[in-house]
Design a protein around this ligand. Structure first.
Ligand code: MSP
Length: 526
């Protein structure tokens, strides 16, 4: 396989279809990708987070026609909505790859030529059932009654019988099996890997990579009467994204700095394209294969599949406007095991945010800072610090490693849970130690030690949660007397390289005033 550079990390979200404004599914993958990108930036890596849009194909062409717009005008309008959502969700992406750019056309042409020269593309007859919403041929046995698509249950698959160009996927059966064997981490989590292995073991069939009767897309370089299939075109936009602004658009330039990608983050419905078609296409072009494809689960609302016809979609814009970006990011990453399906319930959403962020974490900081001001004149006692023998330092010493491992394994829920264990222990520790009584007994030094341990725990928690809740973590750090912002992380990384350790808060730190870092949310009635 490829040489992966240890100091860089290139991660992609899927390139989203622009048939409609962004939905919560797109937001989910992008939030996770952003949290991971922020985590690696904090660890000092050079990170490239790639997102973008997949703009060609029948689905987009038909949507634009229905709305009376030209496809390009339609794409430009929807792209703005994606940019807006990423901005309000506090997503720090480095590249936004659009499949309708001239750069992309150049990359697609060159790539097609390479594969063509390998004799891996040929003309043949395609017959089958096509779901326009999936932009995919379906097996008859996988369709529901009356040929409805199992994923887009309000959409009938259409019968196609036409000449198409085909990619010789079958030729790569053995090479793909070797890839999965030699790199067991290539497909994650394990359940998705099994799914792919199972599918591949049934024997791979060549797939068609062109369409007739479709204008919205790139012409097939060797036969302009055909249009290139949207998936063949879209996957390559991960490569186009790697071009620098000043580069001539060719494969050499695109691949020189960041290829191969470290991680393609996707939803489970597009696993085959990424874990089977994509590596085979790259093998045909004699290019290195990305290190990992991670397929996350699907979100439901109140236990039901979301859909426009069901009228129960979650509008990500409305959610962020109502609750703020940190709250939305936290809920989806903490509440759902990444890789599994997960549910959204507004009542639960509010309960969790109030319990974890307003009560356990926010109140802890608030009451501790107030005690420092009340009992210690706002200044901890430098002589007696640091404190290394409390129940908090015991947890705190190992927490950095534990949480770092969780992030590396995309176990965001475990990262949050581990931090919360420390936070909850702090609350209990204060109640048990009762610094207010110790103060009355004149034990000022002990009070100072207790409060230091708690504030150091809060600092460590804020640091470790910063990839997920950067605004709250920044507010906590600022109240703890640090002049830094987790949203400008590349500028601050060298100064906080050791901050995942215990005992970092300087004993003589000048602390700020206590202010709520997360306002309690009003419970709704259902
Ligand atoms: N355009 C293709 C991807 C091409 S990548 C080269 C595409 N786009 S999409 O907009 O339809 O889907 C984007 C992502 O949203 C997919 O990863 C999909 O899994 C995810 N989701 C769509 N609905 C979802 C849920 N209900 N829950 C979670 N994610 C889901 O596919």
């Amino acid at each position: 396989m490829s040489q992966i550079n240890k100091n860089t990390f290139a991660i992609t979200t899927p390139l989203y279809y622009v048939n409609d404004v962004p939905h919560i599914g797109s937001a989910y993958t992008t939030i996770a990708a952003d949290a991971l990108a922020r985590f690696y930036r904090l660890r000092g890596k050079s990170v490239l987070l790639i997102t973008g849009t997949d703009e060609h194909g029948q689905k987009i062409e038909r949507t634009a026609a229905k709305l009376g717009r030209s496809p390009q005008v339609h794409c430009d309008m929807i792209v703005e909505k994606f940019a807006e959502l990423w901005s309000i969700l506090n997503i720090q992406y480095d590249r936004f790859s659009r499949t309708t750019t001239p750069n992309h056309e150049a990359i697609v042409k060159e790539f097609f030529q390479r594969v063509w020269e390998q004799d891996d593309i040929y003309l043949s007859q395609q017959q089958g059932w096509y779901c326009v919403s999936c932009e995919e041929f379906k097996e008859k046995r996988d369709l529901l009654e009356d040929n409805f698509c199992p994923i887009h249950t309000n959409q009938k698959a259409e019968w196609r019988d036409e000449e198409n160009y085909f990619f010789r996927l079958s030729k790569y059966q053995k090479q793909l099996e070797e890839l999965y064997q030699e790199h067991p981490d290539f497909i994650q989590p394990a359940s998705r890997r099994h799914e792919v292995l199972n599918f591949v073991s049934q024997g791979l069939q060549d797939f068609s990579i062109s369409r007739v009767n479709l204008d919205w897309g790139f012409p097939v370089p060797v036969d302009p009467s055909h249009t290139l299939y949207v998936w063949f075109d879209a996957l390559l936009a991960y490569i186009t994204a790697l071009l620098n602004a000043e580069d001539e658009p060719n494969l050499n330039n695109a691949l020189k700095d960041w290829w191969p990608i470290n991680l393609h983050l996707i939803g489970k419905d597009i696993l085959r394209f990424h874990a089977i078609y994509w590596p085979a296409m790259l093998m045909a072009a004699k290019l290195p294969i990305p290190a990992q494809v991670f397929g996350h689960g699907f979100l439901t609302k109140d236990g039901k599949k979301m859909g426009k016809t069901l009228g129960n979609v979650i509008d990500p814009f409305a959610l962020v406007e109502k609750y703020g970006s940190d709250a939305v990011r936290y809920y989806f990453l903490k509440e759902i095991e990444f890789g599994q399906d997960g549910d959204f319930q507004e009542v639960r959403f509010i309960n969790i945010l109030n319990a974890d962020l307003a009560n356990d974490l926010g109140n802890l900081l608030n009451r501790t800072l107030n005690m420092v001001h009340k009992y210690c004149q706002g200044q901890l006692n430098a002589v007696s610090l640091p404190v290394n023998d409390s129940v908090l330092s015991e947890i705190g010493k190992d927490l950095g490693n534990l949480v770092n491992n969780a992030y590396e394994n995309l176990a965001f829920d475990q990262a949050c849970e581990s931090v919360l264990t420390l936070v909850r222990t702090c609350n209990k520790y204060i109640d048990d130690q009762a610094p207010w009584s110790l103060y009355k007994q004149g034990q000022i030094e002990t009070v100072s030690q207790i409060l230091y341990s708690v504030l150091e725990s809060v600092r460590l928690s804020a640091y470790l949660l910063a990839p997920i809740i950067p605004n709250i973590s920044t507010a906590i750090y600022q109240q703890l007397g640090y002049d830094l912002d987790f949203n400008t992380v590349s500028a601050i990384t060298p100064n906080i390289a050791n901050h995942s350790n215990w005992g970092v808060l300087p004993a003589d730190q000048v602390l700020g005033k206590a202010q709520p870092v997360f306002q309690r949310l009003e419970q709704i009635t259902v």
